[in-house]
Design a protein around this ligand. Structure first.
Ligand SMILES: [Zn+2]
Length: 327
């Protein structure tokens, strides 16, 4: 067996703030095995890097593979990232992880070329190649979760921007002097429409003694999250419904901005809040339709991700298969 035919497999990792997903993928994009474990980011980057490598090695061992079977590897991670040097300068979801040389570490450990990609950018590409964006040339992936982010495929190519920071849909200004976003700046989509923004608004309501149902559910959950607000809304709580509809309204203004600028065929929605249809995504689509330019609205569809939480890792696999890792 030649070296080339033996090295057929890719190691891909989706590094999240709370969990690590590692997979082995073959040259046809088939998943041979996966490993999930907590990130435990608070233990620091040295332990974290070791955990990422151990996770990949575990899934390789389970698939009966060794380092010699691996062609390349790749990681996607919360931003910002430095894709040129393969370094995490300071990931907002990984507190204390500063200037982490993730690419070099894995390249040394595994003996193969390694790429580092922004997670939402990778997810956009994963959905474009294998998921809801198949067959289209212009897709915008939008993740609605604790935060809000995105990635663009334009004219069939991944668009990263000048420094790899394109797609930060969460930081579009939609209310000129609105409440501070979690990045500190006023009136951003993320500060008005994200899971954290929903929880912050709900906290304000509880602080003034409103919504007994939401208060009870928060006590049951041991926390007040967007999921708590959703449950209260399903129970008919008018304050919870108002909070979600308002967040959806702002999200829709963000959707409209994306549609007007890029004229995409599809918005692909990912992230944990994508299931909140009635009080959140529905109002967002209505608001998009009310605001966006008519010509762009004629072609755009709003779809959900097809790859679930595999979008990012499969995007890394697609990039590797196209030869993104060469060194
Ligand atoms: Zn912001």
């Amino acid at each position: 067996m030649t070296e080339q035919s033996r090295r057929r497999y890719l190691g891909v990792v989706d590094l999240g703030g709370t969990k690590i997903l590692s997979m082995i993928v073959d040259e046809k994009g088939r998943i041979l095995g996966e490993d999930r474990r907590p990130t435990e980011a608070s233990e620091g980057p040295e332990v974290g890097l070791e955990r990422i490598a151990a996770s990949l090695e575990a899934v390789m061992a389970e698939a009966g593979l060794t380092r010699d079977d691996l062609r390349a590897a790749g990681v996607c991670s919360p931003g910002p990232i430095d894709p040129v040097h393969g370094v995490l300068p300071e990931a907002s979801n990984l507190p204390g992880w500063i200037n982490v040389p993730i690419r070099q570490y894995l390249a040394d450990r595994l003996g193969v070329p390694v790429i580092l990609e922004h997670d939402a950018t990778a997810a956009a590409y994963g959905e474009f190649v294998y998921g809801a964006g198949r067959g289209f040339r212009n897709i915008i992936y939008i993740t609605v979760s604790t935060g809000i982010g995105g990635g663009f495929v334009l004219d069939g190519r991944l668009y990263r921007g000048a420094s790899g920071a394109a797609g930060e849909i969460g930081h579009i200004t939609i209310e000129a002097e609105g409440p501070p976003c979690f990045c500190g700046k006023p009136g951003h989509v993320e500060g008005l429409a994200s899971g954290r923004a929903i929880a912050r608004e709900a906290q304000t309501v509880l602080g003034r003694g409103g919504s007994p149902l939401m208060a009870r559910l928060a006590e049951e959950d041991g926390q007040l999250s967007a999921a708590t607000v959703q449950r209260a809304a399903e129970g008919g709580d008018s304050e919870a419904i108002r909070i979600l509809r308002r967040a959806g309204y702002y999200l829709g203004i963000g959707f409209a901005a994306c549609v007007d600028i890029f004229n995409p065929e599809v918005l692909v929605i990912g992230g944990g809040l994508r299931h909140m249809r009635d009080f959140y995504l529905g109002p967002a689509e209505e608001e998009m339709t009310r605001r966006a330019w008519q010509e762009s609205l004629k072609v755009v569809r709003v779809l959900q991700v097809e790859l679930g939480d595999y979008s990012g890792a499969m995007g890394v696999a697609a990039l590797l298969l196209e030869g993104a890792a060469t060194a």
